[in-house]
Design a binder for this molecule. Structure first.
Ligand SMILES: CC(C)(COP(=O)(O)OP(=O)(O)OC[C@H]1O[C@@H](n2cnc3c(N)ncnc32)[C@H](O)[C@@H]1OP(=O)(O)O)[C@@H](O)C(=O)NCCC(=O)NCCS
Length: 302
């Protein structure tokens, strides 16, 4: 079995950099140390280890801008190549990039790894600046806001995200993003940095907004699922805050926590729906929202 880990101790980091050097610098006779650059401190580092704890793959991602993540230094142990580990590492780094708010990933690929990145959805954009004065590289790009990898019904999820962006512009400022929809549950995430208060925790009003939007989004998706249409409005909402959010704001609405009958809408009548949304700080539950929403039939019947 393999698992992705973040090197945290000095020893783990030393082993991680050594692995990177072995695969990405030593073959071209660059000395130890040449595998590091000025972005190490601001990067997220990951490695894959096997059952014995040996490193068998490494990779790194950092933000070039708020929207663009750069993926670098992916390497897989020669005994383990072509077994999906490169893709496994790349998926993990892309997930990190999405969580950091990036909508695009770039990488500068050597000729030899272009096929790998292409197989993983990257496209060649142009020739990259020549680093180390040696190896020609192509800059390759991949869009990260493609919902098809994360969600069921990507077209509905894209429509929901667009509806939020266009009709409730504050969602954009709060960095609220649909993260995952499985058909049974909807998860959204928000940027902590964009919602921070003077205590360095997430502003309670933003938590409330994240929760109400998640409930709203769940109903939007259920309407799609049932082939119905209507205007969704919040009738009443209560939230209980237990703990502050200091890391990763998430909100989850499970279908089992949604009660009410959509059938009235089919008869041209409004329907009342009641639901609960759990708010988490990474994996820790921090607040519960209880909301009553009404779905009103579209007046023009459209
Ligand atoms: C490039 C590298 C990271 C790929 O890792 P990997 O674990 O072997 O790749 P995966 O098994 O995840 O490959 C996924 C897909 O990419 C494509 N692919 C990967 N390596 C390929 C190669 N050498 N030639 C053609 N296609 C390749 C294939 O489509 C593959 O799917 P398939 O095996 O079902 O056909 C690995 O070969 C490596 O470490 N190379 C040396 C270091 C390096 O060049 N790193 C890139 C830095 S720019």
């Amino acid at each position: 079995m393999f698992k992705i880990v973040t090197p945290q101790t000095d020893d783990a980091l030393a082993a991680y950099y050594h692995f990177r050097w072995q695969y990405l610098r030593q073959p071209w006779n660059f000395p130890p140390g040449s595998e590091r650059d000025e972005y190490e401190q601001v990067s997220e580092h990951r490695m894959v280890v096997n059952n014995d704890g040996d490193i068998i793959a490494c990779g790194r991602v950092h933000l070039n801008t708020a929207e663009e993540a750069q993926i670098r230094h992916i390497a897989v142990h020669s005994d383990y190549q072509r077994r999906g580990l490169g893709q496994f590492m790349l998926n993990a780094l892309e997930a990190v990039a999405r969580e950091l708010g990036a909508i695009r990933a770039v990488t500068n690929s050597r000729e030899i790894s272009i096929d790998f990145f292409q197989a993983c959805g990257f496209k060649v954009e142009r020739e990259a600046p020549n680093e180390l004065g040696l190896l020609k590289r192509q800059q390759m790009v991949k869009k990260l806001d493609d919902f098809s990898l994360l969600v069921l019904h990507p077209e509905w999820c894209q429509e929901l995200q667009n509806t939020w962006t266009e009709t409730i512009p504050i969602t954009e400022h709060m960095g609220i993003k649909l993260h995952q929809y499985t058909g049974k549950s909807l998860e959204t995430r928000a940027s902590l940095n964009k919602n921070i208060n003077i205590h360095g925790t997430m502003f309670a009003g933003s938590i409330f907004s994240l929760a109400t939007l998640t409930g709203w989004g769940m109903i939007f998706l259920q309407l799609k699922n049932k082939g119905l249409d209507g205007d969704i409005v919040l009738g009443d909402g209560n939230i209980h805050y237990h703990k502050p959010i200091t890391m990763k704001p998430r909100a989850v609405c499970n279908i089992e926590r949604l009660k009410g009958k959509f059938t009235l809408l089919e008869k041209g009548k409004k329907c009342r729906l009641e639901l609960e949304v759990e708010v988490l700080d990474d994996t820790q539950p921090v607040a519960e929202f209880h909301g009553i929403y009404w779905v009103l039939p579209k007046e023009d019947g459209k």
